[in-house]
Ligand binder design. Structure first.
Ligand SMILES: CC(C)[C@H](C(=O)O)[C@@H](O)C(=O)O
Ligand code: SF4
Length: 404
């Protein structure tokens, strides 16, 4: 009668606990703020430098001198204090941590709201603000209220042209933007073991868009297969008849390609009904959908054709980028007219490399379409990599099932 969160945190839902943090990561944005608070506390050093990661991804490379100077300051801090530092171009913090650094059963805290992504590995992973991160640097621990859990039971299999992103957008729409507030979403059911790791990362990534504390998959043979690629051993996690405060059934076979429409992540419409909406920009990337598999899906549609609208592709990590290069996926994308950016967040949060102008309309594989996020006065739809690719070819929103 124990949920995975209760098991990992070692206490019943509702209990407040202090716990040692196994991995604590931040990026160039939140790391700077955490350092200001850490300096004010005046601690003698990091309590557990080996658990601390500083990963440059948000405005990477820097967009102006002030950003560059702040980044230089945090870089020096990380190096002096013995933290793990990942330079610009390494990739988005969540993806970098997913590449063999996070293990099932760990407590993983990131100074970024999408840290829930790492629940895909059977870890308890959640986001905190900069002050909590500074607290972890000082003490090596954090406090948490053990969350209640919502069971999301997956059954059936995806039809052609429907992707994990469509599942993610569909479950967020089902729960609503605050429907999972402070809960842990446990992905279970007969179809869960067959969800590949890249799909698990996409599904857990969007848990916070339903207000959830985290999303989790039980570590199973897929987790073991994935971690073996990083020479990381994996202990399986067996569900112990968890009790959920709410249960949702998601029949994968019943889903179709969807978009979240401006300006809410939980408001979706079938792509077929949006077809024909003219676009100014398509963006394929982010911690939701910038992995190699996502780039390959887009390339499958774009290969041998030419995009009709500016299309920016940003790999989630150096590893994803290299894989796209060695497999020819990157060449297919560039030959199709896509602009490839360095691994990182790219234009996701409207800070650089593809900011939209007033009145512009974009389609993005990201997880948020909040008003003014990618550019003041712009509007954007969220979708899967295949929908993004099909739409890039058409210059307007298009159904991927028509070109597959
Ligand atoms: C900048 C950062 C704090 C923010 C987050 O926490 O999610 C960003 O990554 C985002 O996606 O909006
Ligand atoms: S890719 Fe986007 S959503 Fe993910 S961490 Fe970066 S800014 Fe946030």
């Amino acid at each position: 009668m124990v949920t995975l969160s209760e098991k990992i945190l070692g206490a019943q839902a509702g209990t407040y606990v202090d716990r040692k943090v196994d991995k604590a990561f931040c990026h160039d944005g939140t790391g700077i703020q955490a350092k200001i608070i850490y300096d004010a506390i005046g601690a003698p050093g990091l309590a557990n430098p080996d658990a601390v990661y500083v990963i440059y991804d948000h405005i990477a490379p820097a967009n102006n001198s002030q950003t560059a100077e702040l980044q230089a300051e945090l870089r020096t801090f990380a190096e002096k204090n013995g933290a793990h530092f990942r330079e610009i171009g390494s990739g988005i913090c969540h993806q970098v941590m997913a590449e063999g650094l996070v293990h099932p059963g760990e407590i993983v805290i990131g100074a970024d709201s999408h840290s829930c992504t790492l629940g895909a590995l059977g870890a308890f992973a959640t986001g905190v603000g900069a002050s909590d991160m500074a607290g972890i640097w000082v003490s090596g621990e954090t406090w948490l209220r053990v969350p209640d859990s919502i069971g999301l039971h997956l059954s059936g299999s995806l039809k052609a042209g429907v992707e994990w992103k469509d599942v993610a957008l569909s479950y967020v729409a089902e729960l609503g933007m605050d429907g999972g507030t402070y809960a842990a979403l446990e992905f279970t059911g007969e179809a869960a073991p067959s969800v590949p790791m890249e799909g698990r990362l996409t599904l857990c990534n969007m848990a916070v868009e339903a207000g959830a504390k985290t999303g989790l998959f039980y570590a199973d043979t897929e987790t073991r297969r994935y971690l073996a690629g990083y020479s990381v051993p994996c202990h399986m996690q067996i569900p112990e008849n968890p009790v959920y405060v709410r249960e949702c059934d998601l029949d994968l076979s019943s889903l179709e390609p969807v978009c979240a429409v401006p300006h809410r992540v939980d408001t979706i419409q079938p792509v077929s009904q949006l077809a024909g909406i003219a676009l100014d920009q398509v963006f394929i990337g982010t911690c939701t959908n910038g992995r190699f598999e996502d780039l390959a899906r887009a390339a499958r549609i774009l290969k041998g054709h030419r995009v009709k609208v500016r299309t920016i592709v940003v790999p989630a990590s150096e590893r994803d980028y290299l894989q796209a290069i060695t497999t020819g996926v990157a060449a297919d994308l560039v030959k199709a007219g896509c602009i490839m950016g360095p691994p990182g967040c790219g234009p996701c949060l409207g800070a650089h490399m593809g900011v939209l102008g007033e009145g512009e309309v974009a389609l993005s594989t990201a997880n948020r379409n909040f008003k003014n996020r990618m550019g003041v006065g712009a509007s954007y739809y969220l979708c899967s990599p295949s929908t993004a690719a099909a739409s890039a070819l058409a210059g307007e929103i298009a159904d991927p099932r028509e070109v597959l």
